[in-house]
Write a protein that binds this ligand. Sequence first.
Ligand code: PRP
Length: 184
Amino acid sequence: MHDDIDRILIPEDEIRAGIDRVAAEITLAYTNRDFTVVAVLKGSCVFASDLIRRIPVPLELAFLAASSYGSGTTSEELRISFLPMDSEIQGRNLLLVDDILDTGRTLYKLKQELLRRGAAEVRTCVLLDKPARRSVEFEADYRGFVVADLFVVGYGLDFAGRYRNLPYVGALKAAAYHRASEAL
Ligand code: PRP
């Protein structure tokens, strides 16, 4: 798996430092304010589990599953497989946590949907931000790192379902990308 990586973009120690910084911002913002971290599966599972352990104030945890239709590299139609229960949404301050903000469509639509279902407030937090790819006007309230328009994998991010378990964020080799694309 490591052989498929062209270069490491964000090594483990930098990820840790970035999460410490974001966690401190979130802690400051939510001290004495009830809130629920809503992790967007699958990509955010690694980031969200590290992030919440660095936020030393009370919080609740919920999940939703959303993915772009198809398993290619472009974001297309969004499919929401499941959402938190109504009681976990209505009147609550939600912090949506995702691994990457790319075109912005996922978080834009999820935020709209959660507000439509009665959330009191919805903020967003992403590990990675790829502003070059944005197709809707949307910015995250909290973000770890800005990345260039490369195909990034690892630390929760996949290509064709793989590489989520790499401990760093890396750029995939073109050969690995083509090999996996042909197998799709
Ligand atoms: C990825 C990522 C974000 C979304 C970002 O999810 O985890 O949720 O795409 O893209 P966007 O800003 O262009 O909408 P994906 O659909 O690959 O599902 P996954 O989390 O299960 O990998």
